[in-house]
Design a protein around this ligand. Sequence first.
Ligand SMILES: *Cc1c(COP(=O)(O)O)cnc(C)c1O
Length: 377
Amino acid sequence: MSKLYLSPPDLADSDHASLHQALESGWVAPVGPHLDHFECRMALEAERSHAVALNSGTAALHLALKLLGVGPGDQVICPSFTFIASANPITYCGAEPIFVDSECSTWNLDPELLERALKNETAVKAVICVHLYGQCAQMDPILSLCADYGVPLIEDAAEALGARYRGRPAGSFGALSFYSFNGNKIITTSAGGMLMTDSEAWAQRAQKLASQAREEVLHYEHLEVGYNYRMSNILAALGLAQLDSLERRVFQRKIHFIAYREQLELQAGLQMMPIHPDGSPNYWLTCLTVDPAKADASPRNIIEALAAENIEARPLWKPLHMQPVFKGCVAYLNGVSEALYATGLCLPSGSNMLQQDRQRVIDCIVSCLKKSNVGNG
Ligand SMILES: *Cc1c(COP(=O)(O)O)cnc(C)c1O
């Protein structure tokens, strides 16, 4: 049986055709018509004035922090419960991450703890919020706190393209927002990212910083240090083709979530990720938590049982305040992220996963629980 992955790339003939067309056009460089077109389409999708295509989501966050002037001596608030790419660029800028725990209803940044951090800390230059697993954070209270304290919000929508909060797209809320098009995300350019903003000045400056900060003169003139962060025109062609089927991708991932929920919530001790009524997720990954006392199996038991069937499953993100690399960083905690890490797992959720493969995952989990039940007698 071929291996079933969490979120593999979902490719079609239209992707090949678009890539072929870009190659034929001769624009084999980080500049060209596909790049311009992809930026326009993404700006429309996110209801933003400007989009800047980059070679990763991490690069987009790094530039967002640079645009806000984050540097040594500054603090940046970041959720603890997220992928490490949400925090690494803070340290690239020489700034200090301040980790804030999650709330239970979306698993994202807890507004109460955010308020406490904003009250206590004296050098906060930016707040990063993340829409984890494709579900939006509680944007209304988060935005109003940022406004009260005069701190700009950066929105990490890497996992959330196609998700909405109260009708508005994830990626439309931050002073600066970004998406990722890594191979495992909802659409992919193999690797890539997109920085979103309504400020023309910021968009122009991001483009310049992403192109070695080259001045607009004939000879090569540089007044500051820049980066090589632009997306290739070839990869933008892939992104354009992928974006055409965004709606189908969200729909198929939602069908997976509903089918998993229907069959797995019947099992004692299993609980799906909560869905907050203010949002409509893109269902990037189906996640659940396991109460080992009621299920007679731990998340690790289930992950191992799935691995034995050649099915990939993983624990939820290990909180960043627990990561050795961030040892000693300030953290505002409430136990939520640690509990999620201890009890949670995510399941194969690709938009190209077949129904029979999804059923294979469900059957394997159910039989793992049964075995443990018999064993514990
Ligand atoms: C994938 C991801 C990123 C980073 O995006 P890359 O394109 O891989 O650099 C950042 N934040 C979150 C939450 C992610 O899942």
